[in-house]
Design a protein around this ligand. Structure first.
Ligand SMILES: [Zn+2]
Length: 66
């Protein structure tokens, strides 16, 4: 039976996707933790971007400069 394989999103290593790999689609716990850390960092940036978009004065200034 052919096992499906994926590339580890973190390091690109080929990972066999099966129930014996608790870290899938990652190759290891380390890669999973690294990716989760990046995801957490991304989610922290979202509120910051929202605040910037909520500043109309800044946007008008950028449009006026062109
Ligand atoms: Zn990996």
């Amino acid at each position: 039976m052919k096992q499906p394989v994926v590339n580890c999103p973190q390091c690109g290593k080929i990972v066999v996707w099966n129930s014996r790999n608790p870290y899938r689609p990652f190759c290891s716990e380390r890669c999973k933790l690294i990716d989760l850390g990046q995801w957490a960092a991304e989610s922290y940036r979202i509120p910051d971007d929202g605040e910037k978009e909520g500043e109309p004065a800044r946007k008008e200034r950028e449009e006026g400069a062109q």
